[in-house]
Design a protein around this ligand. Structure first.
Ligand code: AMP
Length: 501
């Protein structure tokens, strides 16, 4: 998963892009990059690491100009090489820099096509470089010295015809402006906003509205699925629907886990959607277990706090913080290897024994993926003296891989892939397990915007809105299993050693 941002204004944008990326840091901690343009030349800095570590004074001073694009990266199936840090740049036509959130599912085919048919060489394993080159190729069909909005819309239509999968994109044309577009299903989010400055209007595109809020931009709206919005150097805004059959199929996991609660995605407040998930969890418990003996509801920080609080309130039982989080270590999920993951759960969370001792506790998490965190946490609750341990997942059982840009393990490594609810409960060691139903999850989100009828729910259902099947998953399985991840990490370590030698 990645975070993207683009600004076009009247003042230097380097600091604003940096600040925006720190707000989007939860979407990717692996690499960061910013490209800016002064209308003649572009300036680029990208490297592995957190935003605060990638940019130093000397880089910020070098990033000149009043428009630019930024990216934070979280690798899925690709490598963690810094060569794959974004934005990517291609000089022809018009000097295009591009930041991408999502995943192309026909990247292999496109890579061949780009070489054989378009004579374009792709230098990394990143699908985003492929996407950039497809966009560039489509744009090069236009022949004018200066690009027009019409040219850009024609190129985005070409991207939609050729690319399959999920893509929210912000691209900058060095002498012309910034364009934001979303795939025809709108799987990954993208918004744009505006603010008034003394010199006129300034515009921002971002993965999440929270990046607009913190810098005084007003949310105008979401970029629609299939739509492209182009803002030129004169501050003129052009928009066009560039897809033949656009529809909303936003990734529902954005609401479950990824997005910040203070973001609004496709007109739904993430915080409120999570509250509704909590309320529906409580209703399910009361329906199926009217004489429950839950003493206390305890969230597994951070994401599930919102739903837990509402769940406890609806159940009428106390809500307590029972796990204290060490904020200074990384997410556990992205560390390869089961042993490392288990160790890091214990490093990350410490139980407050007095909240557990002798009580029947209902632990709440936003999701159960591998079950590593859940299993460890259940054991920690027992070690801290809990009497009974129940568990609620504020989303349904995750049974299938994500192919649209979320780092999920191979299907075999998902604890619920070939287990029933009872078997998952036994595997993580709980006395009782509740999953939110898919119907309840969909209702919890779509209540905020009745226009949203369909979502990408593929990790729960195995139905992929872009129609992937068979061979694609066999390849994916091979790329994503733990052994492969560890091998890639080791390969990268070897490269790092060579580089620094
Ligand atoms: P697990 O031990 O694999 O079941 O981890 C479940 C935890 O991982 C939950 O607390 C989620 O908040 C979190 N989580 C869910 N999806 C992801 C993801 N794609 N990347 C990192 N963490 C995740």
């Amino acid at each position: 998963m990645c975070g993207i941002i683009g600004i076009i204004g009247h003042e230097p944008v380097n600091q604003a892009l940096y600040d925006g990326l720190t707000v989007l840091q939860h979407r990717g901690q692996d690499a960061a990059g910013i490209v800016t343009s002064d209308g003649r030349k572009l300036y680029l800095r990208r490297e592995n690491g957190l935003v605060k570590d990638v940019f130093h004074d000397r880089h910020m001073q070098m990033l000149q100009g009043n428009m630019g694009v930024g990216h934070v990266r979280y690798p899925t199936a690709g490598s963690s090489s810094s060569a794959e840090a974004q934005p990517f740049y291609v000089n022809s036509p018009y000097g295009i820099s591009l930041a991408h959130n999502g995943n192309l599912t026909n990247a292999h085919v496109l890579k061949k096509e780009l070489y054989r048919q378009d004579r374009r060489q792709i230098n990394t394993d990143s699908d985003s470089e492929i996407l950039l080159n497809i966009f560039a190729q489509e744009l090069s069909r236009q022949n004018a010295l200066h690009v027009t909005a019409e040219d850009i819309f024609a190129a985005v239509s070409g991207v939609h015809r050729r690319c399959k999968g999920a893509y929210a994109v912000i691209a900058m044309l060095t002498r012309d402006g910034v364009v934001g577009f979303r795939d025809p299903n709108g799987i990954r989010p993208l918004v744009y906003g505006v603010r008034e400055s003394a010199k006129g209007k300034e515009y921002m595109f971002a993965s999440e509205s929270v990046a607009l809020d913190v810098q005084g931009y007003r949310l105008v709206r979401d970029v629609e699925p299939g739509e492209a919005i182009f803002i030129n150097l004169n501050g003129q805004v052009f928009s066009r629907q560039c897809a033949d059959n656009p529809k909303y199929a936003t990734c529902i996991f954005e609401y479950v886990y990824f997005a910040r609660p203070d973001s609004i995605i496709d007109n739904v407040f993430v915080h409120k959607a999570r509250m509704r998930m909590g309320r529906k969890m409580a209703e399910r418990v009361m329906r199926e277990w009217p004489d429950h003996d839950i003493d206390v509801v305890i969230p597994i920080p951070d994401t599930s706090r919102t739903s837990s609080l509402e769940m406890a309130y609806t159940l009428g039982v106390p809500y307590r913080e029972g796990f204290i989080k060490n904020r200074y270590i990384g997410r556990t999920f992205i560390m390869p290897g089961q042993a490392k993951r288990q160790k890091s759960v214990r490093q990350k969370l410490n139980p407050l024994a007095l909240e557990f001792k002798g009580k029947n506790v209902m632990l709440v998490d936003d999701s159960i993926v591998r079950g590593t965190t859940s299993g460890e946490i259940v054991q920690m609750a027992r070690d801290a003296g809990a009497n009974k341990v129940y568990f609620a997942s504020a989303s349904p059982a995750i049974k299938f891989p994500n192919i649209y840009g979320i780092d999920m393990p191979a299907a075999k490594e998902l604890i619920a892939h070939d287990r029933t609810e009872e078997e998952v409960a036994a595997a993580i060691g709980v006395d009782r397990l509740f999953y939110l139903s898919l119907e309840d999850l969909v209702q919890a989100v779509s209540k905020g915007n009745p226009r949203l009828k369909d979502f990408d729910c593929s990790v729960f259902t195995g139905n992929y809105v872009t129609g992937e099947n068979g061979d694609y998953f066999t390849e994916l399985e091979a790329l994503r299993n733990d052994a492969q991840k560890t091998k890639r990490e080791n390969d990268m370590a070897a490269i790092d050693i060579c580089d620094s030698a």
